[in-house]
Design a protein around this ligand. Sequence first.
Ligand code: F1P
Length: 610
Amino acid sequence: MCGIVGAVAQRDINEILLKGLRRLEYRGYDSSGLAVVDKYGHLKLLRRVGKVSVLIDAAQQYDLTGNIGIAHTRWATHGKPTENNAHPHVSGHIVVVHNGMIENHEPLREKLREHGYTFVTQTDTEVIAHLVHWEQCQHSGAFFEVIQRVVNVLRGAYGIVIMDIRNPGVLAAARSGSSLVIGLGIGENFLASDQLALLPVTRRFIFLEEGDVSEITCCTVRVWNQAGNSVKREEIISQVKYDAIDKGLYRHYMQKEIFEQPQAIKNTIAGRVNHGEVILSELGFGADALLLQVQHVQIIACGSSYHSAMVARYWFEAMAEVSCDVEIASEFRYRKPTMRPGSLFITVSQSGETADTLSALRLSKAIGYHSSLTICNVESSSLVRESDMALMTRSGAEISVASTKSFTAQLTVLLMLVAHIGRLRGRCKRIEESIVHALQTLPSSIEQVLSLDQLIKTVAEEFLDKKHALFLGRGDLYPIAMEAALKLKEISYIHAEAYAAGEMKHGPLALIDAHMPVIVIAPNNQLLEKLKSNIEEVKVRGGLLYIFTEKDTVFTASKNMKIIRLTQVEQIVAPIFYAVSMQLLAYHVSLIKGTNVDHPRNLAKAVTVE
Ligand code: F1P
């Protein structure tokens, strides 16, 4: 989604802004721009459609030196991705960049028109620029007070950074539903939507909280909370790796992140499993007492995170013997959910900023859920801050839009949580021991899947001319079929569907012919024989079968049936293990089709708008 960088310093900041934009590219965007104020107080504005490199090339032709500036990568929501709609937006002496979406922009636009403002873009952001200008012209007061008045009338989600050309030593910022971080320097300060943008200039950060308004100069940082009171927010030293956005020797981030999974899982279980036990002490004092009262688990998530939650549902019910519902956040938040007594509300999210998931968490509090827990990859995220408890996935920064290592790390954490809650509920100790053992052997099993990269590539070659694909699984591998279909469609643009294999005869069998590839996830578990009957149904109708299974299962390859044999795996972790083979398949299909692996069209890494 959109990205923001702002800087106020005693040195020239245009390099910092452009470098920052480059480091935000992974979030997905379609245009970019920057505005600086030079030493004579003149505004210099440059915007371009397409890659940040286009903006950087254009910047070579102008003198964009200045000590204060703001920059933005835009992912179009209101108005097409054109140069004119790209941020920053200007109203008189006010310059604005904005992440998020202003829901009441239409009535505000009408009102501003009555005040004589003319709109030159189709964006909702232009409303903010005019509003700040109007407020400042109408009433005297400090810059932050103007911003406070403006945000009071805005509805929706925003992270905004504002510059006043007449006062070119101050940047103002406000956040509600869209993250903003202040980077602290010596004689210089910065703002960004993501700390990654600022790692070349600082490691010291202040994460703004919901409703905060802030003003930074090169030497001062001030923050006011939603109630308008001046507050001191904690300074944090970032542990995020500087080279988190470095591809190393890999061709794509997705490839790198797929191959990082054995290590990501090792990191995720480190210190949390020992002698057959799961230890989740980071849940905090009193957490066990809370979890002991849990009678039901409600999990909310979006996209790949929803699929990991779907797998966890099988696990919670089978291994911790607690009932579990899973729902997509955008559905949950807009129906009128009834709450079962003693329900634990879990959110799963790699970014921790997904707008719908965050709103669902807030709704859960309003309707009285017992307690909330998030499983997340970003410690400083809104979900982590707003949940009662948090369990971090430790997969490291994930850059590719399509989730891979964060997905398998989520499953790893969910499985540990199942073991933990199961133990508290007095479930069989042997289950916990088996979970721990399976998790400890998982990294080496995944290494073996990764060693089949070239074999999976040859399978992928057969998808070059395919327009559709069907993925089948049963039990806890059904959500993995869903995830596999999502991976394939998001990065190769092949239309893909997933079905619980037992559902085939209720409709999808009608699709089967020699042009329809059917990818079956066939682990060596108690459902294998059932699955074989479903495979037979496809086979006799001439379907093109690709069976991903283990070394010792009994399958005979035939004309239209390819068997891809992976190593044997502990069945408890089979969903995590097979997910990796499906990621490799999608990755290679994308390569063969020549699509943009890391930045699939129309998609973004953090979905901060609903
Ligand atoms: C959900 C999600 C990801 C997906 C992509 C867009 O985000 O759909 O699963 O890979 O990055 O967002 P999150 O809530 O897990 O951050």
